[in-house]
Write a protein that binds this ligand. Structure first.
Ligand SMILES: *Cc1c(COP(=O)(O)O)cnc(C)c1O
Length: 388
């Protein structure tokens, strides 16, 4: 994305999908708290019949989401996990899915403990270091990637995945969970992906007051199937939450720019800190896929993972000492958060898988907020010194 496109992005973030209310002129999209819509004559209505099928507030959000991802069709869902679930409904018994190994814990849980029992087959592959082509089988119908991944912040070459998938007769769909990068830094549909998923709970809403999800696609046929599933399954975002996400999106460009600016500086300072073993941040030249990140992203986001010196006691002391960083799961809000993946967000990932991925007792994940950088650093530096 050029600087010019970035300017276009902030304009879209404020305006896409939103028009002044035709009856009152209200500049902000009203919260249409209604389940049904009166018809003039049976079947003669103004485009809305029932709010599971369509709601004007949700519709505005869906148009905004589609525009931000440079897509044609957006779906606003009750959570990010609803989006994962909806994508699984595109498949049939016997189909094979290749997922990046370091996939979001809740997604892995749905794959391993729910959908595997309904006859779908899963392989978890380190797509940052292993060739996708070696794992595609005749029944491979979907490739599931996150980039950056959570919590190891691996970068997967999205275009390469798309090209490999297209070469195989099975032609698996490529789904990209773009929650960490957001469309401000990365637009997977433009790189050839079929579907983009978001947990809007995170950066898109950005204020830690909503649980929500989104799917975006450019493909007419896929959109028709997703619309059918969305309406049939019913995991829709309600009008009040839709309104909150729409409101959050207006400042997405400003927030992401600040998240990244602070995260890059904090990552550099952590890398030089005596109490830190090593830092994982895609914007550091020490990151193993730094070049891929530079190629497909226009910035590196606000998430940092690092290994603290010592053992579990040192991680605990560090996390207990933090004052400004909240010790909490989730990410992407205006306020900074810190957490311990092995005990918190990734507890549902089997211990041997955690070990293989490197999610150890000394691994700490930060979601860098938009507070003053020096205040954030004072907090981190103080807690690191106290952790020793
Ligand atoms: C949080 C998250 C999800 C799940 O979203 P929910 O809104 O919590 O259901 C999926 N993927 C990633 C990368 C996430 O961070």
């Amino acid at each position: 994305m050029s600087e010019l496109n970035k300017q276009g992005f902030s304009t879209k973030a404020v305006h896409a999908g939103v028009v002044p209310d035709p009856t009152t002129g209200a500049i902000m999209t009203p919260i249409y708290a209604t389940s049904t819509y009166v018809q003039a004559s049976p079947g003669k209505h103004k485009g809305f019949e029932y709010s599971r099928t369509g709601n004007p507030t949700r519709r505005a959000l869906e148009q905004s989401l589609a525009a931000l991802e440079s897509g044609k069709f957006g779906f606003a869902l009750s959570s990010g996990c609803t989006g994962v679930d909806l994508c699984m409904h595109l498949l049939q018994q016997g189909d094979h899915v290749i997922s990046v190994d370091d996939v979001y814990g809740g997604t892995a849980r749905l794959f391993r403990t729910v959908w595997a029992h309904h006859g779908l087959e899963f392989d978890f592959v380190d797509l940052a270091n292993q060739a996708l082509g070696d794992f595609i089988k005749p029944n491979t119908k979907m490739v599931w990637i996150e980039s950056p991944t959570n919590p190891m912040l691996k970068i997967i070459d999205i275009r390469k995945v798309v090209e490999t998938a297209a070469k195989h007769q099975a032609r698996p769909l490529v789904v990209v969970d773009n929650t960490f990068a957001t469309p401000y830094f990365q637009q997977p549909l433009s790189l050839g992906a079929d579907i983009v998923l978001h947990s809007t709970t995170k950066y898109l809403n950005g204020h830690s007051d909503v649980v929500g999800g989104a799917l975006v696609t450019n493909d007419d046929k896929l959109a028709a199937r997703l619309a059918h599933l969305h309406n049939s399954q019913g995991g829709v975002q309600g009008p009040f939450d839709s309104w909150l996400v729409l409101r959050g999106i207006k400042t997405l460009a400003l927030r992401m720019a600040q998240h990244e600016k602070s995260a890059l500086e904090i990552a550099k300072r952590l890398e030089a800190h005596a109490q830190v073993e090593s830092v994982i941040y895609p914007g550091l030249s020490s990151h193993p896929q730094h070049e891929v990140a530079k190629k497909q992203m226009t910035g590196f986001g606000g998430m940092i993972t690092f290994f603290i010196r010592g053992n579990l006691d040192n991680s605990r002391r560090f996390l207990e000492q933090l004052r400004l960083f909240g010790l909490a799961e989730s990410l992407g809000g205006v306020e900074s958060l810190a957490e311990h993946p092995a005990i918190m967000t990734h507890a549902s990932v089997p211990a041997e898988v955690r070990k293989k991925l490197g999610i150890s007792d000394t691994l700490v994940r930060l979601s860098v907020g938009i507070e003053n950088l020096e205040d954030l650093w004072l907090d981190l530096d103080g807690a690191l010194k106290a952790s020793a």
